[in-house]
Ligand binder design. Sequence first.
Ligand code: NAI
Length: 294
Amino acid sequence: QNLPGKTALVTGGASGIGLGIAKALLGAGMNVAIADIRDDHLAQGSAELADVAGGATDRILALKLDVTDRANYAAVADAIEARFGKIHILVNNAGVAVVGPTDLATFADWDWVMGVNLGGTINGIVTVLPRILSHGEGGHIVNTASMSALVPAAATTIYSSGKAAVTSMMECMRPELESRGVICSAFCPGAVQSNIAEAGKTRPAELAETGYAEADKRRQAGGNFSHLYQTKEQVGERVLEGILNDELYILTHSEFLVGVKERGEATTAAVQTHLPENPEYKQTFAMLFRNPAI
Ligand code: NAI
């Protein structure tokens, strides 16, 4: 990847992990558009990016975006192209979280988190992928998933299943798009210092009903461990490295090695190896599902 002079769009790019990624991409010489639902984050994020650029703000664009709003998304993509010409890197990063016992979750809990974390990512793919393909200069898509997509965590069902979906999206798109010059990566970090605990501030009124109010108070009373988390700058540089190396899985925290291995071993052990293989089926599977040309 030759990044200098090319353009990246980072959703949720005005705070936390997205801002860390935006800083790293700006530092690598890219034009960077951060798009975010919060005006205060856009102001703060723009200021931090201007510092990285040494005050030269011509490579920075900050735009208001609700990733669940498709018309808003198209207008933002138009504005970036009007300013920088093309979009080469899309980082689907905007995200929110609620956690708690699955039996207490309301439809609104599910709809809000899935709407932003999965729906917003779908909107990014549908809006921006054709634009990347049409200019023919190649590109990269990074979905910010989470380690929770790979290592099961109790009482995070809504959040983790949405993150598993955006990981799977990258796994499926990777072989399909590689030959057309677009590389896909799933970014699966462990805990990172950010403002995600404030996510409720952007929760729409029509999706306000939560089953988690008490569960969340208990969780918060459990303590604040943020001093143990990685910084947004650390993970931003890691994402840049993953982009430069064309990595499918961009991982961060080595503490999760055991969990990642256990999952791989459990799924491997569950394969019914005592049953005979049907070579024709195996070949058909390989032809139909692993062939990017189809
Ligand atoms: P953050 O709250 O600091 O940043 C997220 C940004 O997304 C905020 O600026 C927020 O205003 C914006 N946003 C929220 N809803 C939006 C919408 N509908 N449209 C546009 N922008 C919206 O949180 P953080 O932690 O940096 O989260 C970024 C991503 O990283 C999320 O997808 C999150 O799930 C993921 N993640 C976070 C981890 C952590 O420990 N902080 C660990 C693993 C993944």
